[in-house]
Design a protein. Structure first.
Length: 193
DNA sequence: CACTAGATGCTCT
DNA sequence: GAGCATCTAGTGA
């Protein structure tokens, strides 16, 4: 089960546990297939590495909150805050399969293939209809926007380096469902050494 | 299919 | 003003 106690563990421990879990926002629900861990103050690739700012403040708060950030001019991406209250950490939700509300997700994602509805961080937030003001939502509080346990179907977890980061580019803190087609493509940052 | 280039605007220095 | 935890459309095989 994904309790606050579990999410209070370090992000690299929590990340594989999020695979297979369901994130719901009202009528649309997705099953997570790919996640990356960001370990806060000790992780040069993390937004929290240089300390708290207005943007990343929720990462320093209690676990289980939603952290949203804006990236590359056009996209929002979602994290689940991990680690104990007062310690920064989070898991970036990189990809998922839409399991409920497929029609609404298609409307939001205008004419793309079913496989691409939530394959990628920006696509995932768009398919779910997450908005900037959802930052800080407690995903364990049982609201319209919440984290649910998965169906328990067994699967293997694969690991590898994180996508698009220029710092700590070889740390294997990306986790995905082995063999799943609902996983984004790996792309190394052009700025990485 | 693989690979590349350019758009785009928030966030912090 | 520089730097991005990206996406899409375009090209070429």
């Amino acid at each position: 089960m994904l309790t606050a106690d579990v999410l209070a563990r370090p992000a690299p421990e929590v990340a594989p546990l999020l695979l297979g879990a369901v994130l719901r926002n009202g009528p649309v629900a997705v099953r997570l297939t790919e996640v990356e861990a960001y370990a806060g103050r000790d992780d040069p690739a993390s937004h929290a590495f240089r300390g708290p700012t207005p943007r990343n403040g929720v990462m320093f708060g209690p676990p289980g909150q939603l952290y949203l950030y804006f990236s590359y001019g056009m996209h929002w991406a979602a994290n689940v805050v991990c680690g104990p209250d007062g310690t920064a950490g989070g898991c970036l939700l990189r990809a998922a399969r839409v399991v409920e509300g497929v029609e609404l997700a298609h409307e939001r994602r205008h004419g793309v293939a079913e496989r691409d509805l939530a394959r990628g961080p920006g696509r995932l937030t768009q398919a779910l209809g997450l908005r900037p003001e959802d930052r800080g939502t407690d995903l364990l509080a049982g609201g319209d926007l919440r984290l649910e346990a998965g169906s328990g179907e067994p699967f293997e977890v694969a690991t590898g380096p994180r996508v698009g980061v220029s710092q700590a580019a070889d740390v294997p803190w990306r986790f995905w469902v082995a063999g799943s087609r609902y996983v984004s493509a790996y792309k190394r940052s052009p700025r990485a050494p």
